[in-house]
Design a protein around this ligand. Structure first.
Ligand code: FAD
Length: 138
């Protein structure tokens, strides 16, 4: 199996409804494809981890890359794995803005930007975000 992490920016800010629609379709398709993962959204930027069979992840990532709702995708890591880290969800989701508002003052980490360019020099930071937000529910 493979675990792939990328960042991207929405063309327009997503409304709650648009996020829910994106998740509904993603979860339905991921269940069929045996894909798991987590999607983080904050102020128009995404971090996503996709896990599953190598070719399936690669093909889905090709579809996601062509999606006109976001742009500027940067692949941060692609790692062979034997166990899933985000296996609980067909696609988990955290709206980081909401969590940051609620947890204000607890950690400056929560208020950091996730604009794609901030990860280019330290790609492994994205996985730290994903692991942290896996454990914080919104
Ligand atoms: P179709 O529904 O025929 O989609 C065809 C194309 O239409 C898409 O590629 C997209 O460019 C566009 N499109 C679809 N819906 C809308 C809409 N509401 N508004 C504007 N354009 C639209 N899909 C998954 O299956 N799993 C994921 O984990 C996943 N994660 C995503 C993460 C992000 C940040 C984004 C932006 C998209 C994600 N998607 C995911 C959606 C994915 O890009 C495809 O839209 C989806 O897989 C359906 O593609 P399709 O070609 O099978 O179907």
């Amino acid at each position: 199996m493979v675990q792939l992490v990328y960042v991207s920016s929405a063309i327009e800010l997503f409304s709650n409804e648009a996020l829910l629609e994106l998740l509904r379709k993603s979860r339905e398709k991921n269940r069929q494809l045996d894909i798991t993962g987590l999607l983080l959204y904050k102020e128009g930027n995404f971090i996503q981890v996709l896990e599953g069979p190598d070719e399936v992840v690669q093909n889905l990532y090709a579809v996601i890359s062509k999606d006109s709702r976001h742009t500027g995708l940067i692949t941060l890591s692609k790692t062979e794995i034997t166990e899933r880290e985000f296996g609980d969800w067909a696609m988990g989701f955290r709206n980081m803005t909401k969590i940051a508002e609620r947890e204000a003052g607890l950690s400056s980490f929560l208020t950091e930007s996730i604009a794609p360019e901030t990860f280019q020099r330290q790609p492994s930071r994205a996985l730290i975000f994903l692991r942290t937000f896996r454990n914080i529910t919104d």
